[in-house]
Design a binder for this molecule. Structure first.
Ligand SMILES: O=C(O)[C@H](O)[C@@H](O)[C@H](O)[C@H](O)COP(=O)(O)O
Length: 259
């Protein structure tokens, strides 16, 4: 499936370290902006490399200057497993990032603990959507102007070598789901097989969407990045990404090597 090529904002960094520095700056600037404007900052995380690339936020000047107590944290996708499991995106973010800064426990919106440990992906997705709906009702989260989907301030994600984002994979039906906020997959091509994920319209309702991609020199990410930026190949889920204010791609040199 091909479509007309459109402009996507991108920045290319010589090293992962430079990408991390820029990612911290981008996130801290938006945190300051939203905390000032509305008193809170809603941030959506994915798993994998992203958490280590966020590491610069744990250093000066961000560690002490960011208003962590105003952060609300969510996950764009999560593996359906116990919170203590090494596969858990929640555990990864807690161990590598959240536990090191002062985000209030009540502002951390993980997948339901029991249900995840039981391995019930469908129920986990239902409960996470209910949790988001409750936050909309309480006015912690606004709805997008179309009134259908919740709107987060900043969503930070990676992209898989096959062009997946969140747990929306190529050749899987989840990319087409629009009648739900959160859906699930039980046969993910990337292990573990059971996951929940925001649906595409929820992902695209975010005000700011940043995707950080570093290639591990297998060229697979570079090929997918080229297919997205040059061909807008919509068979790759990440090619569907947009944002309400800004869609930004941070690429390391290897990921951008075929552009
Ligand atoms: O649970 C997951 O598997 C992640 O949330 C996933 O969606 C991730 O963001 C991409 O696979 C990119 O991973 P890398 O950034 O490590 O390439």
């Amino acid at each position: 499936m091909m479509a007309e090529t459109r402009q996507r904002k991108r920045e290319v960094f010589a090293t992962k370290n430079e990408l991390s520095v820029a990612l911290a700056k981008y996130t801290a600037n938006l945190s300051a902006k939203f905390c000032k404007e509305k008193g809170i900052f809603t941030v959506v995380l994915s798993g994998c490399g992203l958490i280590s690339w966020l590491g610069k936020m744990l250093e000066s000047p961000y560690k002490d200057s960011v208003e962590w107590s105003k952060w609300y944290v969510f996950w764009v996708d999560e593996r359906v497993c116990s919170h203590e499991d090494q596969n858990s995106n929640y555990k990864l973010a807690m161990d590598g990032f959240i536990s090191k800064v002062g985000i209030p426990k009540d502002n951390i919106y993980a997948i339901d603990k029991q249900c995840a440990a039981d391995g019930d992906a469908e129920r986990c997705a239902t409960l996470y959507e209910e949790c988001l709906r409750k936050l909309v009702k309480e006015k912690t989260l606004p709805l997008c102007p179309n009134g259908q989907y919740p709107q987060f301030d900043l969503q930070l994600q990676g992209m898989g070598p096959d062009g997946h984002m969140a747990s929306l994979f190529p050749n899987r039906p989840q990319i087409n789901v629009t009648d739900k906020w959160v859906t699930y997959i039980t046969d993910s091509p990337k292990p573990p097989p059971k996951r929940i994920t925001f649906t595409l319209p929820v992902i695209n309702s975010s005000l700011y969407n940043l995707v950080a991609v570093c290639d591990d020199n297998t060229d697979q990410c570079a090929r997918s990045i080229a297919d997205i930026f040059k061909n807008n190949n919509l068979d790759l889920p990440a090619a569907h990404l947009t944002a309400q204010v800004e869609e930004m791609w941070y690429l390391d040199k290897a990921a951008a090597s075929l552009l």
